[in-house]
Design a binder for this molecule. Structure first.
Ligand code: DC
Length: 651
């Protein structure tokens, strides 16, 4: 057994998620280094919660998930593994007494975010974490043996990497989205980044109200007739609009349409019924009957707001209170219970407390925070496309995902270092070439991947080559059926396949496009370009050279007939249409698509028909292929293929 003796974990970004990941990894025994572009750790943490730092929300894990606006299910494992109670113990054990305020919000007793930040830095030091401040990592890649982190010309190696560079809010603190650029270079998909939990600018000129805080008011947000948000709490006025906890929370619910299509209403007197409110207004107006209208509302409204509300009623402020008519009273009551504000825009990313959007979560394993296509790379914190309401939930998510990423990274690094040196395989498959073809949905890629994992063969996904060509054409805006233009542009297309840790990466003109080729649009293009003979020819050499190397399992059209006609093992994998439809239907329902089983079945039957009748590369088994019916368990099929391989390898 070889043991390099140091399980190196690199954490990029020393915010709450990164620091938690680093502390956890180090406590698990890893050799941890944190890279941070700022001169110290936790810069943004110091200013959160107006410098008070709302560390978590003292609630059950289930309630944390309920407060998550986007992708709550993804966070299930992380939050249950490291709960708000765990966060509280963590800080209390680190010497920071905590207190709980309204809405279960938890703060340091001292009201100083500084104490939280210092505690995390102390815990890092105690756990033996090394820090490299003022070091801006701009690129990470895997050289096949380890991860390499680049900072300009400088390079650092690690067995596992945790990316925790945060979102793009408060850019002054260093949150500029560095990590997103690194992930994009690895072909990962990032959703559009937008401010969430931001102040809202209004059409109404509210400058004179700026600084005024309203407590115990109800804010409602309407989209047309639909109420998309209603909560009781605190809000405040800025020079250009509204802000404060209620507005920040509301902003997370105003993301589905242009912001100007929403309407805001503030009930200044939510404790009173309409009758009570009218009675109260009558009472106040008679109490001050000899005064000007504008001077009779001081029992009802804060001084700063009176002029504004009176202005909105259209009633002459100098009118005597006793002369205010019933209709005017009703207008006043309408405004007191629903003072309207018209959103014009969101505050900028500079003002956003958190970012909405980020790494699309279907690319991350929720049980470990590891990138599915990049073993040894972990992502946590605000980089993930999840976000929650205010109240300490977002920091809790940073801690939970940081904790899980740190633990998983340490485990990964250790496994890397205690791996058996190239396990002695009883059978040598290094010369074996396996070709799998068969109708769409029969399970070719599933079986090929499993066989590869068990036997050490390299799985070559040839469909991804057609997809890469499709992506290029889609990006160029070429019509998918404009054969002439497609053929003419092939000269500008350079595709390579790279392999690391048994995973395939598709490089299109130097850019890794793994994540980009799995969209509906690209599927459509891939299907169209794969019918063009010149495109097939163009991809043939690359496929042949991969096949010639041996030790491969390739799936897709033509493999057993054209690409490696002398493959040692050739499988024609079929499953009856009903079986395939059941699998595809289950997959689509899991993805949340709205389809019926019957629709899926019909589309499979239609595609079979089209595939077997097309002129170019029709679906047909090689003469010497073994037909395998994949109607039983996947293991049966995998074992069957491995059995054939063993026979050939033993010859
Ligand atoms: O397996 P897939 O869906 O990723 O394949 C993408 C497209 O390319 C699909 O329309 C079938 C086509 N294809 C092909 O014609 N020949 C191959 N060897 C692999 C895929």
């Amino acid at each position: 057994m070889t043991n390099k003796g140091k399980n190196r974990v690199a954490v990029i970004g020393a915010g709450p998620a990164g620091m938690m990941a680093a502390i956890t990894s180090a406590r698990c025994g890893a050799d941890v280094t944190v890279f941070e572009r700022n001169p110290f750790a936790g810069k943004k943490l110091r200013i959160t919660g107006k410098g008070r730092c709302n560390v978590t929300n003292d609630c059950a894990p289930r309630e944390v998930l309920e407060a998550v606006k986007r992708n709550p299910k993804f966070l299930y494992s992380a939050v249950y593994r490291f709960t708000p109670a765990d966060t509280m113990s963590f800080f209390e054990e680190a010497g920071v007494p905590l207190k709980t305020e309204r809405g279960h919000r938890v703060f340091p007793e001292s009201d100083k975010a500084y104490d939280i930040q210092q505690a995390m830095v102390r815990e890092m030091t105690e756990a033996g974490v090394k820090t490299r401040y003022k070091t801006r990592i701009d690129r990470v890649y895997n050289d096949g043996r380890s991860w390499v982190l680049c900072c300009g010309e400088k390079k650092y190696a690690a067995d596992a990497v945790v990316l925790a560079t945060g979102g793009v809010s408060y850019p002054g603190t260093g949150s500029t989205g560095d990590g997103f650029a690194m992930l994009k270079r690895l072909g990962m998909r990032i959703t559009e980044l937008r401010p969430s939990l931001v102040p809202v600018n209004t059409e109404e000129k509210v400058g004179e109200l700026s600084g005024l805080t309203l407590k115990n008011v109800t804010l409602s947000v309407l989209y047309g007739k639909k109420c998309v948000f209603r909560e009781l709490g605190e809000m405040l006025f800025t020079h250009t609009g509204v802000s404060g906890p209620l507005v920040l929370s509301a902003s997370a619910n105003m993301q589905d349409h242009p912001v100007s299509e929403y309407a805001m209403r503030v009930n200044l007197k939510p404790g009173m019924s309409r009758e009570e409110l009218e009675a109260r207004v009558v009472k106040d107006l008679s109490k001050y009957s000899a005064k000007d209208f504008v001077n009779s509302l001081s029992d009802l409204l804060p001084q700063k707001l009176i002029q504004y509300v009176v202005g909105m009623t259209g009633i002459d402020p100098r009118k005597k209170s006793r002369d205010v008519s019933k209709a005017e009273r009703i207008r006043l009551c309408d405004l007191l219970s629903a003072l309207p504000f018209t959103p014009s825009s969101f505050g900028s990313l500079d003002e956003a407390v958190i970012t909405r959007g980020g790494v699309e979560v279907d690319q991350i394993n929720p049980k470990s925070m590891e990138a599915i296509s990049w073993p040894g790379l972990f992502v946590c914190g605000e980089m993930l496309d999840t976000d929650a309401y205010t109240g300490g939930f977002n920091l809790q998510i940073a801690f939970s995902t940081g904790r899980l990423a740190g633990e998983s990274a340490a485990g990964f690094a250790e496994r890397e270092n205690t791996k058996e040196p190239e396990e002695e395989r009883k059978v040598d498959f290094s010369k074996i070439r396996v070709a799998i073809d068969g109708p769409s949905g029969a399970g070719k890629s599933t079986i090929a991947k499993l066989v590869a994992a068990e036997t050490g063969l390299i799985y070559v996904d040839t469909g991804s080559l057609y997809r890469a060509v499709g992506l290029y054409m889609a990006r160029q805006g070429t019509d998918a059926y404009d054969e002439e233009t497609i053929v003419a542009s092939l000269k500008d297309v350079d595709i390579k396949l790279e392999y690391s840790e048994g995973k395939q990466h598709v490089i299109l003109n130097g850019e890794c496009v793994d994540g980009l080729i799995r969209t509906e649009e690209v599927s459509y293009y891939a299907s169209a370009v794969s019918k063009i003979p010149r495109v097939r020819e163009f991809l043939m050499n690359l496929q042949k050279s991969l096949g010639d190397a041996g030790g491969v399992i390739m799936d897709g059209r033509d493999i057993g007939t054209v690409i490696i006609p002398d493959a040692e093992v050739k499988i024609f994998l079929v499953a009856d249409a009903e079986e395939r439809a059941r699998r595809r239907y289950a997959e689509q329902i899991e993805k949340g698509l709205d389809v019926t089983y019957e629709e899926v079945l019909q589309s499979i039957i239609a595609r079979d028909q089209q595939d077997s009748s097309r002129d170019v590369a029709p679906l047909k088994p090689a003469d010497d292929a073994v037909t395998l019916i994949n109607n039983r368990t996947i293991e049966d099929a995998v074992n069957f293929v491995i059995g054939l391989m063993k026979e050939k390898a033993g010859e």
